[in-house]
Design a protein around this ligand. Structure first.
Ligand SMILES: Nc1ncnc2c1ncn2[C@@H]1O[C@H](COP(=O)(O)OP(=O)(O)O)[C@@H](O)[C@H]1O
Ligand SMILES: [Mg+2]
Length: 356
């Protein structure tokens, strides 16, 4: 998709902003606290009606104002759409071509944004939860079924943990909950295994482009128990074996909600043996890989990179920028950045203006 124009009203620092964007790289430049990330955040908001920065959505409304809105004009092939998101402290409403969307989740079918933030470049250095988060979010975008499985698992886990907190006096209920958990974990493991395999099919190419070197690399995912046709049996055993500890810690210590995956460069784990630069480029390559799994050209996501280039050395940043520009539309915030032919916007005084 292409974001052709955005109109912000009372969104963070922007009382009124109306910008048209270029179809390739859009550089959003300005000094600290000028409002660059605020603009990137508005673009990202179009994909999930959520921010990556805050769960407190009333913070998106300009201080002292009653409501905010993001109006976007997007194009998918020859199809033009107008998306309007209205935010009040109490509610969030989304309209497509003037008609309200019944469910916010419909938005992710219409728009797709890949976000890269400074924390993302440390994906392999950080805790497993962040890697799982990446896997869950990008897989959920591809599969509603997976999204539903993850939701159901979260509900079941909550109930199981609540029961553990009370000492699990109702053993029959504990067994039922455990069995239900295993029932959703089996397909979760299958989805993850398949998705990791598809990412691995594109990852070496992406990393090669980002580093300028070809080297074998792959994600390594091992489910919490082997999925060899005896998953349920093995999972039951794992739950039974950890029950004593679970009762003591009042939480569920085994399961797909604790899984992790790592990346290997050559035959070494990148987090353990890679340089900082290798780690960062590996993380970026992984985050960019879902782009290549979308077959229809017009459905390709737009990329939003908030302050990412400042985390990279000049050569790596240059290759990243050139690659993104070649792929399609992207939005990059930085204090300073240049790329021949890119659309450049300057952010200052609570406003953003096109420079070229
Ligand atoms: N709801 C809001 N209303 C008005 N200003 C806001 C709001 N939320 C954040 N800001 C201001 O936005 C500025 C930060 O903008 P940001 O886009 O993060 O800057 P940067 O250019 O460094 O990325 C801060 O000065 C902050 O006070
Ligand atoms: Mg910023």
């Amino acid at each position: 998709m292409i974001l052709e124009r955005i109109v912000l009203t009372n969104f963070r620092t922007y009382e009124k902003l109306d910008l048209e964007f270029g179809e390739r790289a859009n550089l959003i430049l300005g000094s600290n606290a000028s409002g660059k990330t605020n603009l990137a955040e508005a673009v990202y908001f179009l994909s999930l009606a959520r921010s990556w920065r805050t769960l407190e959505e009333k913070n998106l409304i300009q201080f002292g104002k009653e409501e905010a809105s993001i109006r976007a004009y997007v194009r998918e092939g020859t199809l033009h759409r107008e998306i309007l998101i209205e935010l009040t402290p109490q509610a969030k409403r989304v309209f497509l071509n003037g008609k309200p969307l019944r469910r916010l989740s419909e938005l992710s079918r219409l728009t797709n944004v890949l976000l890269f933030s400074p924390e993302d470049v440390r994906l392999f250095e950080g805790p497993p939860a962040e890697r799982r988060g990446f896997l869950d979010v990008s897989l959920s975008k591809r599969s509603n079924d997976y999204l539903a499985l993850i939701g159901r698992q979260a509900t079941l886990l909550k109930s199981r943990n609540a029961l553990l907190k009370e000492g699990a006096r109702d053993k029959a209920l504990l067994d039922v909950l455990t069995d239900q958990l295993i029932d959703v974990e089996e397909p979760i493991v299958r989805y993850r295994t398949m998705y990791v395999a598809s990412l691995n099919a594109v990852l070496p190419k992406v990393l090669g482009r980002l580093t300028g070197k070809t080297a074998p690399c792959s994600l390594v995912y091992r489910s919490f128990v082997k999925d060899d046709g005896r998953f349920k049996e093995r999972a039951k055993k794992a739950y039974a074996e950890s029950l004593e500890g679970d009762l003591m810690h009042k939480s569920t210590s085994v399961g797909t909600h604790r899984e992790d995956f790592r990346m290997k460069l050559g035959d070494r784990d990148v987090a353990e043996f890679g340089s900082q630069g290798e780690n960062r480029m590996a993380a970026l390559a992984l985050k960019l890989s879902p782009y290549f799994l979308i077959e229809e050209e017009e459905k390709k996501p737009i990329c939003v990179l908030d302050d990412v280039t400042s985390e990279l050395d000049v050569d790596n940043a240059g290759r990243l920028l050139a690659y993104l520009d070649e792929l399609g539309q992207s939005f990059l915030t930085a204090t300073d950045l240049s790329l021949q032919g890119a659309s450049v916007y300057e952010v200052a005084d609570h406003n953003a203006k096109r420079r070229n």
